[in-house]
Design a protein around this ligand. Structure first.
Ligand SMILES: [Zn+2]
Length: 152
Protein backbone atom coordinates (compact mmCIF):
# COMPACT_ATOMS: atom_id res chain seq x y z
CA UNK A 1 0.00 0.00 0.00
CA UNK A 2 1.30 3.44 -0.88
CA UNK A 3 0.80 6.62 1.15
CA UNK A 4 -1.62 7.81 -1.57
CA UNK A 5 -3.69 4.60 -1.15
CA UNK A 6 -3.64 5.18 2.59
CA UNK A 7 -5.00 8.72 2.23
CA UNK A 8 -7.77 7.52 -0.09
CA UNK A 9 -8.88 4.75 2.28
CA UNK A 10 -8.47 6.68 5.54
CA UNK A 11 -11.99 8.16 5.56
CA UNK A 12 -13.57 4.73 5.08
CA UNK A 13 -11.30 3.37 7.83
CA UNK A 14 -12.33 6.11 10.26
CA UNK A 15 -16.00 5.62 9.31
CA UNK A 16 -15.63 1.87 9.96
CA UNK A 17 -16.78 0.96 6.45
CA UNK A 18 -13.54 -0.64 5.26
CA UNK A 19 -13.52 -4.41 4.69
CA UNK A 20 -11.28 -6.49 6.95
CA UNK A 21 -8.57 -7.14 4.35
CA UNK A 22 -8.18 -3.45 3.48
CA UNK A 23 -8.33 -2.52 7.17
CA UNK A 24 -5.40 -4.77 8.04
CA UNK A 25 -3.42 -3.48 5.01
CA UNK A 26 -4.05 0.06 6.22
CA UNK A 27 -3.08 -0.76 9.80
CA UNK A 28 0.11 -2.45 8.58
CA UNK A 29 1.06 0.63 6.54
CA UNK A 30 0.34 2.84 9.53
CA UNK A 31 2.76 0.81 11.69
CA UNK A 32 5.54 1.25 9.12
CA UNK A 33 4.93 4.85 8.01
CA UNK A 34 5.18 7.61 10.61
CA UNK A 35 3.74 10.22 8.21
CA UNK A 36 0.54 8.24 7.64
CA UNK A 37 0.36 7.30 11.34
CA UNK A 38 0.40 11.01 12.20
CA UNK A 39 -2.25 11.73 9.55
CA UNK A 40 -4.46 8.98 11.02
CA UNK A 41 -4.03 10.45 14.54
CA UNK A 42 -4.95 13.93 13.26
CA UNK A 43 -8.05 12.63 11.47
CA UNK A 44 -9.11 10.59 14.51
CA UNK A 45 -8.65 13.70 16.68
CA UNK A 46 -10.71 15.81 14.29
CA UNK A 47 -13.49 13.21 14.19
CA UNK A 48 -13.50 12.93 18.00
CA UNK A 49 -13.69 16.73 18.21
CA UNK A 50 -16.58 16.89 15.73
CA UNK A 51 -18.47 14.23 17.68
CA UNK A 52 -18.27 16.45 20.80
CA UNK A 53 -19.49 19.58 19.03
CA UNK A 54 -23.24 20.15 19.36
CA UNK A 55 -25.23 20.27 16.12
CA UNK A 56 -26.19 23.77 15.09
CA UNK A 57 -29.19 24.74 13.01
CA UNK A 58 -27.92 26.74 10.03
CA UNK A 59 -29.22 30.30 10.17
CA UNK A 60 -31.80 31.11 7.48
CA UNK A 61 -29.64 33.92 6.10
CA UNK A 62 -26.80 31.47 5.38
CA UNK A 63 -27.61 31.18 1.67
CA UNK A 64 -27.60 34.95 1.29
CA UNK A 65 -24.27 35.12 3.13
CA UNK A 66 -22.76 32.42 0.91
CA UNK A 67 -23.99 34.22 -2.20
CA UNK A 68 -22.51 37.45 -0.85
CA UNK A 69 -19.15 35.79 -0.17
CA UNK A 70 -18.88 34.48 -3.72
CA UNK A 71 -16.52 36.71 -5.62
CA UNK A 72 -18.13 39.00 -8.14
CA UNK A 73 -19.45 37.03 -11.05
CA UNK A 74 -16.73 38.38 -13.33
CA UNK A 75 -14.00 37.22 -10.92
CA UNK A 76 -15.66 33.82 -10.57
CA UNK A 77 -16.11 33.47 -14.32
CA UNK A 78 -12.53 34.52 -14.99
CA UNK A 79 -11.35 31.95 -12.42
CA UNK A 80 -13.27 29.15 -14.14
CA UNK A 81 -12.14 30.20 -17.61
CA UNK A 82 -8.53 30.59 -16.45
CA UNK A 83 -8.58 27.12 -14.86
CA UNK A 84 -9.95 25.62 -18.08
CA UNK A 85 -7.24 27.36 -20.14
CA UNK A 86 -4.53 26.18 -17.74
CA UNK A 87 -5.88 22.63 -17.92
CA UNK A 88 -5.59 22.74 -21.71
CA UNK A 89 -1.91 23.68 -21.27
CA UNK A 90 -1.28 20.31 -19.52
CA UNK A 91 -0.38 17.60 -22.04
CA UNK A 92 -2.21 14.85 -20.13
CA UNK A 93 -5.38 16.87 -19.64
CA UNK A 94 -5.33 18.02 -23.25
CA UNK A 95 -4.87 14.46 -24.55
CA UNK A 96 -7.66 13.24 -22.27
CA UNK A 97 -10.01 16.03 -23.40
CA UNK A 98 -9.15 15.31 -27.01
CA UNK A 99 -9.87 11.59 -26.57
CA UNK A 100 -13.13 12.46 -24.80
CA UNK A 101 -14.15 14.80 -27.61
CA UNK A 102 -13.37 12.15 -30.24
CA UNK A 103 -15.40 9.60 -28.29
CA UNK A 104 -18.35 12.01 -28.03
CA UNK A 105 -18.05 13.17 -31.65
CA UNK A 106 -17.15 16.71 -30.61
CA UNK A 107 -14.35 19.13 -31.32
CA UNK A 108 -12.87 21.85 -29.13
CA UNK A 109 -15.54 24.11 -30.65
CA UNK A 110 -17.83 22.58 -28.01
CA UNK A 111 -15.44 23.81 -25.28
CA UNK A 112 -15.32 27.27 -26.83
CA UNK A 113 -19.12 27.42 -26.98
CA UNK A 114 -19.34 26.23 -23.35
CA UNK A 115 -16.91 28.94 -22.27
CA UNK A 116 -18.83 31.54 -24.29
CA UNK A 117 -21.95 30.53 -22.32
CA UNK A 118 -20.04 31.01 -19.04
CA UNK A 119 -18.89 34.47 -20.21
CA UNK A 120 -22.51 35.39 -21.01
CA UNK A 121 -23.83 34.51 -17.51
CA UNK A 122 -25.10 37.38 -15.36
CA UNK A 123 -25.62 37.74 -11.63
CA UNK A 124 -29.27 36.67 -11.90
CA UNK A 125 -28.41 33.37 -13.62
CA UNK A 126 -25.58 32.59 -11.17
CA UNK A 127 -27.83 33.42 -8.21
CA UNK A 128 -30.69 31.30 -9.62
CA UNK A 129 -28.34 28.33 -10.14
CA UNK A 130 -27.06 28.68 -6.57
CA UNK A 131 -30.61 28.74 -5.19
CA UNK A 132 -31.56 25.75 -7.35
CA UNK A 133 -28.59 23.56 -6.39
CA UNK A 134 -27.63 24.62 -2.85
CA UNK A 135 -30.02 23.70 -0.05
CA UNK A 136 -28.93 25.63 3.08
CA UNK A 137 -30.48 22.96 5.31
CA UNK A 138 -27.99 20.44 3.86
CA UNK A 139 -24.93 22.66 4.19
CA UNK A 140 -22.37 21.55 6.76
CA UNK A 141 -20.20 24.29 8.19
CA UNK A 142 -16.87 23.03 9.51
CA UNK A 143 -14.41 25.19 11.37
CA UNK A 144 -10.88 23.80 11.30
CA UNK A 145 -7.88 24.59 13.43
CA UNK A 146 -5.64 23.39 16.22
CA UNK A 147 -7.93 21.10 18.25
CA UNK A 148 -5.49 20.89 21.18
CA UNK A 149 -6.28 24.52 22.07
CA UNK A 150 -10.05 23.99 22.17
CA UNK A 151 -11.72 22.95 25.41
CA UNK A 152 -14.52 20.39 25.03
ZN1 LIG B 1 2.49 6.33 4.36
Amino acid sequence: MTCADFEILLCDYVDGTLDAARRSELEAHQRECSVCAELARDVAGAVAFLERVPEVEPPPELLAKIAFQIPTESAAKSGILQARAQNRAQDGTLASAWAGNLFLGRTFTFSKQFEDKIRALGTAEVSAALKKHVDPSKVTVVTAGDFSKVKP
